[in-house]
Design a binder for this molecule. Structure first.
Ligand SMILES: CC(C)(COP(=O)(O)OP(=O)(O)OC[C@H]1O[C@@H](n2cnc3c(N)ncnc32)[C@H](O)[C@@H]1OP(=O)(O)O)[C@@H](O)C(=O)NCCC(=O)NCCS
Length: 160
């Protein structure tokens, strides 16, 4: 399966597909770790234009399987991996791992020696498996709901 995953740069036309993956991943996967009230507050994209703007404001990547978009990720210039979402029907196939490898290649090309992320309770084991360490557990507020997540980081030594 890993070989049939294609990672390619994000394009503006991918915006709707990323919204669908985002909403479904939260509703169908993260719902095991957060309450229904939290999921309702998190799984919202109120302004699709703003979402699209945000996606093109930093390097991003789409994972495809058989021509279907099944995951996406990104990296801001300061080393923040903001998004890592995989379609519920394509979990556990190595999609996020392949996306992270691409993010790490980009970080290397940009001379970024630390990647950090605010990992959901759902994603924390994935990032830990990939060498990220927990800096802190924190509670954030979103649309009136409080969410626990982890600030996690990974250092890449030997880069300029
Ligand atoms: C977290 C998430 C992105 C992982 O995506 P995925 O494509 O299923 O992950 P992969 O198949 O690439 O897993 C890669 C490795 O992490 C491990 N892993 C992934 N999820 C894990 C979990 N919940 N517990 C333990 N290990 C896990 C896998 O076993 C695999 O290990 P390996 O490299 O030894 O084979 C996905 O579950 C998701 O979309 N979650 C919901 C949305 C979310 O919370 N996103 C993060 C927002 S901060």
């Amino acid at each position: 399966m890993k070989n049939s995953i294609l990672i390619r740069p994000y394009r503006p036309a991918d915006s709707d597909a990323t919204i669908e993956i985002f909403l479904r991943a939260i509703r169908e996967v993260s719902s095991k770790d957060y309450s229904p009230e939290q999921i309702d507050a998190w799984a919202q994209v109120e302004d699709a234009a703003k979402w699209a703007e945000r996606r093109i404001s930093r390097p991003g990547w789409i994972a495809e399987i058989d021509g279907k978009s099944v995951g996406f990720s990104d990296l801001t210039p300061d080393g923040c991996l903001d998004m890592m979402f995989v379609h519920p029907a394509f979990q556990g196939l190595g999609v996020a791992g392949r996306l992270l490898t691409r993010v790490e290649e980009e970080a290397e090309a940009l001379g970024i020696d630390r990647i950090y992320t605010h990992a959901s309770l759902t994603a924390q084991p994935f990032f830990e498996r990939k060498g990220f360490r927990i800096l802190t557990r924190q509670t954030v507020e979103r649309r009136g709901q409080r969410f626990d997540n982890f600030v996690m980081e990974k250092f890449y030594s030997g880069r300029s």
